[in-house]
Ligand binder design. Structure first.
Ligand SMILES: [Zn+2]
Length: 48
């Protein structure tokens, strides 16, 4: 039997550098580029 290890990819916030292990990090696409931002930085992103 294969030992399948499920490992979630750890994402890093492009703004503050925190990882998805500490804070929820979401992925979004801007101008065709995939980016990641944590919940703390998301409001800043929305408000410019
Ligand atoms: Zn952040």
């Amino acid at each position: 039997m294969a030992n399948v290890k499920k490992e979630a990819p750890e994402l890093e916030c492009a703004n503050c550098g925190t990882t998805s292990e500490l804070t929820p990090v979401i992925t979004y696409v801007h101008q065709g580029e995939e980016k990641h931002v944590c919940m703390h930085c998301l409001p800043m992103l929305i408000h410019g």
